[in-house]
Ligand binder design. Structure first.
Ligand code: T5A
Length: 207
């Protein structure tokens, strides 16, 4: 997949992933890349339907294992239908959340563990790994405050502080284990500072 790039954005709720997707996209377009923006769970018709099930507060009875299997069903569809074909065309695919979220939320948050999450992901044929993951990091207090200002919360956003501390801890551990792939960005700074760091990193790495 010559010239293709797969970039993912990760972090707990409200740290600014969706905002950063736009920064990554405009920077990569400015250096001549053909960009495709997508997200997980979602990115396909089936994936977006699964997203609705997962985020709806009506579905509080979903068990951790059901949650994991639904996410991976959506991921498989997303990879086969959208991500892999785009990478084969040499595009730069920018995805709002991907595999690190499953380790952080289901592995650590829901306590299913790394081993089960790895085994479940291994069921997906051609599981693409990101070339770069931008991990936006801030405390759950700060992230949830930003999200609350937006109104109604989804099924994940009503989780406890301990849940989000576990999720954050797993993300930070993965960043320290995989520094070549994961760029850790302090998202508690101003939007201007966060945007500048992301842009500079992309320019240094890909220009
Ligand atoms: N999930 C997903 C799993 O459990 N396992 C998985 O494997 C996967 C793939 C999806 C849910 O799915 C779960 C985790 C999630 O709970 P989502 O909508 O993709 O949900 O994720 P959220 O984190 O809920 O998305 P949010 O939109 O809430 O948060 P973002 O994208 O991090 O934040 P963003 O960019 O929308 O910003 C929030 C607000 O803060 C402002 C923005 O303008 C916006 O108003 N902001 C800043 N303000 C000040 N300073 C900054 N530096 C700022 N950056 C952004």
């Amino acid at each position: 997949m010559l010239n293709s790039l797969f970039i993912t954005l990760e972090g707990i709720e409200g740290v600014g992933k969706t905002t950063a997707v736009e920064t990554v996209a405009s920077t990569m377009i400015s250096i001549g890349k053909d960009v495709l923006i997508t997200r997980e769970p979602g990115g396909t018709s089936i994936g977006e339907q699964v997203r609705e099930i997962l985020l709806s507060r009506k579905n509080e009875c979903i068990t951790p294992t059901t949650e994991l299997l639904l996410l991976l069903a959506a991921r498989n569809q997303h990879l086969q239908e959208v991500v892999i074909p785009a990478l084969e065309l040499g595009k730069c695919v920018i995805c709002d959340r991907y595999i690190d979220a499953t380790f952080a939320y289901q592995g650590a948050g829901r306590k299913l563990g790394d081993a089960l999450v790895s085994q479940a992901n291994a069921l997906i044929p051609d599981l693409a790994m990101p070339d770069l993951t931008i991990l936006l990091d801030a405390t759950p207090e700060l992230g949830l405050k930003r999200v609350e200002m937006r109104g109604l919360s989804d099924r994940f956003e009503i989780e406890s502080n301990t849940f989000f501390e576990d999720v954050r801890g797993c993300y930070l551990r993965r960043a320290s284990e995989q520094p070549q792939r994961i760029l850790l960005v302090d998202a508690s700074r101003t939007l201007g500072e966060v945007t500048a760091e992301i842009k500079n990193h992309l320019m240094d790495k890909f220009l």
